[in-house]
Design a binder for this molecule. Structure first.
Ligand code: TIU
Length: 220
């Protein structure tokens, strides 16, 4: 077992049963002109974590542990996009509309791709998900069962939307989850802090949080 100095108490995991899930580090969320920007957000906050996420991915690759990447997006005909999602609010462009990085949040468009610094490598699972949670309408549960994973380390964007939703889905399915504090980010600093606090409150009601340095120290 490897033990990480975490909140609300040490996070321990068997190294042959851990997987990393990197949530939605796509140009559509991190770069100007994408989905996050059309919703009215300042995307520069999210760009800042890319080097930290890269270090986390490197740690997993060097250890020989599985890395799973997710991408939020929809089929070009939008058949997997509920109207409730497409029509919500008053974004400057809606899902499927043409933007500077191609159609917003659509499979295969430039904006849908993972940022180049974090590009998946051969053998890594890349999951397309239509919702905020990575278990809904995807093969993630089957993939984790095949890998024999019981412990999940999470990173990516945004903390209180897709990351927290996925962590809650995983927690309900019996996975022991650790969110890496400086490898996740929100458009709203207060929401990030609140999400981290509510995850680890009540004895870790959703799971654990720790900085990347704690993982690096434990794995070194
Ligand atoms: N808008 C927002 O904060 N997030 C999303 O829409 N998706 C993800 O979190 N990936």
């Amino acid at each position: 077992m490897i033990a990480i100095d975490a909140e609300p108490f040490a996070y321990t995991f068997p190294p042959d049963k851990v997987a990393l899930i990197v949530i939605d580090m796509q140009r559509d969320f991190v770069e100007p002109g994408g989905f996050g920007h059309t919703l009215g957000n300042d995307v520069t906050r999210l760009q800042a974590i890319v080097p930290t996420v890269a270090r986390l991915i490197a740690l997993f690759r060097a250890s020989g542990w599985p890395v799973i990447h997710t991408r939020e997006g929809h089929k070009p005909d939008l058949s997997d996009c509920p109207p409730a999602k497409r029509l919500r609010g008053a974004p400057s462009l809606r899902i499927g509309d043409a933007g500077p990085m191609g159609r917003i949040l659509i499979h295969g468009e430039p904006g849908h791709g993972i940022v180049s610094e974090l590009a998946p490598i051969d053998g890594e699972i890349v999951l397309d998900k239509p919702g905020k949670g990575a278990f809904y309408a995807t093969s993630l549960g089957d993939d984790l069962a095949r890998l024999g994973a019981t412990h999940l380390v999470l990173a990516g964007v945004t903390t209180e939307v897709c990351v927290q939703t996925t962590m809650r889905e995983a927690n309900d399915r019996g996975f022991e989850c650790l969110l890496v504090e400086d490898a996740t980010e929100s458009y709203f600093p207060a929401f990030k802090e609140a999400a981290l606090a509510m995850i680890r409150a009540q004895g870790g009601i959703v799971g654990w949080t720790a900085p990347l340095s704690a993982l690096e120290l434990a794995v070194a």
